[in-house]
Design a binder for this molecule. Structure first.
Ligand code: AMP
Ligand code: MN
Ligand code: MN
Length: 321
């Protein structure tokens, strides 16, 4: 079997993938191989995850079967977001789609999609519990990383009682919050902090500063020696400004296309719905897409829609008794 996830690995994709791999290897020893495929550069910050050395980039992998008995996708809302793994996924004898994106297209043979879950790691923790498969320290470390990253460190609105219930079990099984926190957040490269500073200084606002956005060019990343994953977190910093209800980051991809990240500050603005107009998706308050256009053109396409969302929201507030 193989496990894969959405392009551009993050804490939830990698943690979910590795936890499943460990669980299958432990509980189904007859399964000959459990390959883990990503596409895109592996962010250095996740190199502490147990088993990470077995996760390979499908585009450069040398030992790939032509067909697999079973394909599992984690943390991915649609087939096209699997990138180069799409054909392998479609060609597998059986396929499973395990996810928590509200925009999920149920593209698997079996679909385990729980939009109320904070992370795909939470979905997997529940599936393992239902199957009666035990946790161990490695599985717990991977699932904790998945949940802590997708809840912004247990801060976002997806942080429910159930998140803490699941997380408590992970701690009992050996996940170490202090160690994982340090690995994830206290070992930032200087170029990442400098990139954040530049992006915040370069941010632009609408007249009442309810909308904040910033553009990040390839040149800027290359000049700093920063990588794509170093952009993570900037869009949240802009949302933290007290007047801001919608924040956006536009990043120039190496291919010349533009990656858009959106965050809203409450449920009134559904950013996943906005991003679906560009074949993207995500969650109500955090969503993204890739637009096949240069940085400025993509920005000009998206900004009017964001302004319209804010106008509508203001109107609906005004109408409230
Ligand atoms: P990001 O802005 O990349 O941190 O992504 C925020 C959320 O939107 C995450 O749950 C992503 O999985 C999702 N997302 C980002 N880009 C896309 C895309 N192109 N298509 C669908 N969902 C996306
Ligand atoms: Mn993800
Ligand atoms: Mn996720």
């Amino acid at each position: 079997m193989f496990i894969t996830a959405h392009v551009g690995p993050d804490g939830d994709t990698l943690g979910s993938m590795l936890a499943l791999k460990f669980a299958f290897q432990k509980c189904c020893p007859h399964i000959q191989r459990v390959d883990c495929f990503i596409s895109g550069r592996m962010p250095d910050v996740y190199r502490f995850l147990p088993g990470i050395q077995h996760v390979v980039d499908l585009e450069t992998a040398t030992d790939v079967l032509e067909q697999y008995d079973m394909a599992i996708s984690v943390d991915c809302g649609s087939l096209d977001r699997l990138g180069p793994a799409q054909d392998l996924f479609k060609g597998a004898k059986q396929s499973v789609n395990m996810d928590h994106h509200i925009s999920n297209k149920n593209f698997g043979g079996i679909n385990v999609v729980v939009p109320t879950a904070a992370a795909s790691g939470q979905v997997i923790a529940n599936v393992l519990a239902e199957a009666g498969w035990p946790l161990d320290a490695d599985i717990a470390t991977c699932l904790y990383t998945a949940i802590v990253t997708d809840t912004g460190g247990f801060k976002y609105s997806n942080t429910t009682a159930e998140v803490f219930e699941v997380t408590a079990k992970l701690l009992s099984a050996g996940a170490d919050p202090e160690y994982i926190y340090k690995e994830l957040y206290e070992l930032r490269p200087k170029c990442q902090t400098l990139l954040h500073a530049q992006a915040v200084v370069n941010a632009q606002y609408n007249p009442d500063s309810t909308l904040a956005w910033t553009q990040i060019s390839r040149q800027q990343l290359d000049d700093l020696g920063a990588t794509d994953d170093h952009v993570d977190g900037i869009v949240e910093t802009l949302r933290q400004i007290n007047t801001v209800v919608l924040s956006a980051v536009f990043k120039e991809n190496r291919s010349g296309t533009t990656k858009v990240s959106l965050r809203s500050d409450n449920h009134a603005i559904d950013v996943a719905a906005v991003m679906e107009q560009f074949d993207g998706g995500g969650h109500k308050m955090a969503a993204g897409c890739t637009i096949e256009a240069p940085l400025q053109e993509a920005t000009d396409k998206v900004l009017p829609l964001l302004e319209a969302q804010i106008r509508e929201k203001t109107k609906s507030f005004a109408q409230k008794p």
